[in-house]
Design a protein around this ligand. Structure first.
Ligand code: AQP
Length: 338
């Protein structure tokens, strides 16, 4: 059993990209591994937010998690700020890491371009907190979308640096005495990507689908919202319904269609040969509506259970905190803080 950690910022309603790029993997992993999945609210405050909206979004993300099939019987679901040890370890990681490591992270550059009025230190230090989120549980597998790969690389750099500065106990002999193994304090972390599911914006296929704006399909969008968004989605020049480097918009729509229907892209291309965009989009919308229907049904039932979300998150924190406290105590001892 490996330890698995991943999280999503409560910066809006979860969308198909979050599901296909990340959560789909979480669901597959929860029965086999020791999983902690978080609503990373401290990461959520590194970009502009409104307190009331943030409070609401935390609840919405929790409902989405449960509605898509994350099961608190198998996985621990937490709200990051309920386990404040993450932030303490994050501070320690910031303190031992060179600033240049953070300045070159692509998402930092993207976010400062996106929000030039809100360039804060938290945004720069974000990957140190993410490293702490993962390493505080000594997790080794992190199911994420490919945009997160630089963060995982940085997590490994930070872990190695900590191990080098304070970490390893003396090498242990192998059972048969043929050589020696080094047991590192923080283990190497591996990103686990879902196959080919980078979902792009419906308005601009060069950008990934995002929680903000009208460019994504939220898991909780009504059938009419889904139909409207797909109908008005950007397409490429030409008439052919085909995926390819010169057709980023159609590649994205075909990827979504294929993911929600289970039909391979090649088969969809044959099916729509000679047909128009209108028919293709109408069918795609219905496939998405059908895919979302059971998720939304479960969500409605969960919404009715008063106090349920709060209960799940508080029992999640109660199981995760002792593990986090144990690692933090070890870290502090190694560093001379205790
Ligand atoms: N479009 C996407 N396609 C595939 N995977 C995606 N992920 C996000 N968008 C896509 C994956 O979902 C997980 C959670 O990411 P996140 O929403 O917490 O962080 P983010 O992707 O950086 O999004 P932001 O910046 O918080 O907010 P918005 O959505 O407003 O841009 C990650 O594993 C991510 O890879």
């Amino acid at each position: 059993m490996s330890k698995v950690f991943s999280g999503i910022r409560p910066s809006g309603l979860l969308h198909l990209g979050n599901y296909l790029g990340a959560i789909k993997n979480w669901i597959a992993l929860q029965a086999k591994h020791d999983c902690i999945f978080a609503i990373v609210d401290y990461h959520g405050i590194t970009t502009p937010f409104e307190p009331d909206e943030l409070r609401q979004n935390i609840r919405e993300v929790a409902l989405d998690y449960l509605a898509v099939g994350l099961d608190p019987k198998h996985a621990t679901l937490i709200q990051q700020s309920h386990v404040p040890e993450h932030v303490e370890l994050g501070w320690i990681f910031q303190s031992i890491s060179p600033v240049s490591w953070f300045e070159r992270v692509p998402t930092y550059k993207e976010k400062i371009a996106q929000h030039p009025e809100y360039v804060n230190l938290g945004l720069l230090a974000y990957p140190a907190l993410m490293a702490a989120d993962i390493l505080i549980y000594k997790s080794t597998l992190v199911p994420v979308g490919e945009d997160q790969l630089p963060h995982i690389e940085l997590t490994n750099d930070i872990a190695k640096r900590f191990n080098h500065m304070f970490g390893s106990p003396p090498p242990l002999p192998l059972p048969k005495g043929e050589g020696r193994v080094r047991v590192e304090f923080f283990p190497p972390v591996k990103a686990l990507l879902t196959e080919g599911a980078r979902i792009m914006s419906l308005k601009d296929p060069r950008k990934k689908m995002s929680k903000t704006g009208d460019e994504g399909i939220a898991l909780s969008d009504t059938p009419d919202e889904v139909r409207r968004k797909i109908k008005t989605a950007t397409t490429d020049s030409g008439r052919e319904i085909k995926a390819g480097d010169d057709k980023p918009a159609l590649t994205n729509l075909l990827t979504i269609y294929s993911e929600v229907s289970g039909t391979p892209i090649k088969k969809l291309e044959t099916q729509y040969k000679g047909k128009g965009y209108a028919e293709f989009k109408a069918d795609l919308a219905e496939a998405v509506v059908e895919f979302l229907e059971p998720i939304q049904k479960r969500r409605k039932e969960l919404e009715k259970k008063r106090g349920y979300v709060e209960e799940i998150l508080s029992s999640g924190a109660a199981s995760a905190r002792p593990l986090a406290q144990k690692t933090l105590l070890e870290v502090k001892k190694k560093m001379g803080l205790i």
